[in-house]
Design a protein around this ligand. Sequence first.
Ligand SMILES: Nc1ncnc2c1ncn2[C@@H]1O[C@H](COP(=O)(O)OP(=O)(O)OP(=O)(O)O)[C@@H](O)[C@H]1O
Length: 257
Amino acid sequence: MAEAHIAVRELTMAYGSRVIQRDLSFDINRGDIFVIMGGSGCGKSTLLKHLLGLVEPAAGDILYAGDSFVHANANARDVMRRGWGITYQSGGLFSAMTLAENVELPLQLYTDHSPADRAAIIAYKLALVGLDGYQDFYPSEISGGMRKRAALARAIALDPDILFFDEPSAGLDPISSRLLDDLIVQIKESTGATVVMVTHELPSIFGIATNSVYLDAASKTMIAYGNPRELREHSDQPVVRQFLAREASTAAQEKTA
Ligand SMILES: Nc1ncnc2c1ncn2[C@@H]1O[C@H](COP(=O)(O)OP(=O)(O)OP(=O)(O)O)[C@@H](O)[C@H]1O
């Protein structure tokens, strides 16, 4: 069997003495669009922060392509991080910089490309996210959906092999949200990257996720792992089926109201 791109092993996450989740073990395979799901406050963002090395585990390990991130030294962690592209919920663009300057930043920091090469990469990445012609715009001059796409262009500037998203479609209307989902799939397919995201959005979960984990706040551990469409029908956990059937039940309630 192919080695997992990311392997989470017996991970326990805590803030001080307060355990948030314990005994998480699952694999994220190469090319997956992997969704971290669960009710409010169950620890989804906390898990993302652990995967990114922003918070240290209370116990357990996280391996990237077979190598422990948790036990790696600072240099080895930097090498692993170099392969990651991250987009935060707010987009995280620098407002005083144009879109081109935002995308250029990681290229300036981490590569020795010439200015001409950087300009070519910036143009290519912005075109890839549908922002051709917007290089000299500032984040405040474009729509929320465009800002998310610009943030994605910056996240893929260094050709990452893993893309992390925190609530990518938060604050977007359904159409922009759908466009962003399509773009995530397109970028995953053209770059071969593995995608890991936290999202509440059922259309995204059913539309693009290939695998998922469900974190349960009550039992403080994972209670489902698999393709969300299959979990919706076949999970042995009623709470998971309910979570995934939210849309259907909301629609039914509206009909009877
Ligand atoms: N830095 C922190 N210090 C202490 N407790 C924290 C910290 N960050 C989060 N928590 C707590 O950990 C729990 C999990 O939070 P987290 O943000 O990971 O959940 P979530 O599933 O992402 O929530 P939501 O869906 O509401 O965004 C919450 O009870 C939260 O209050």
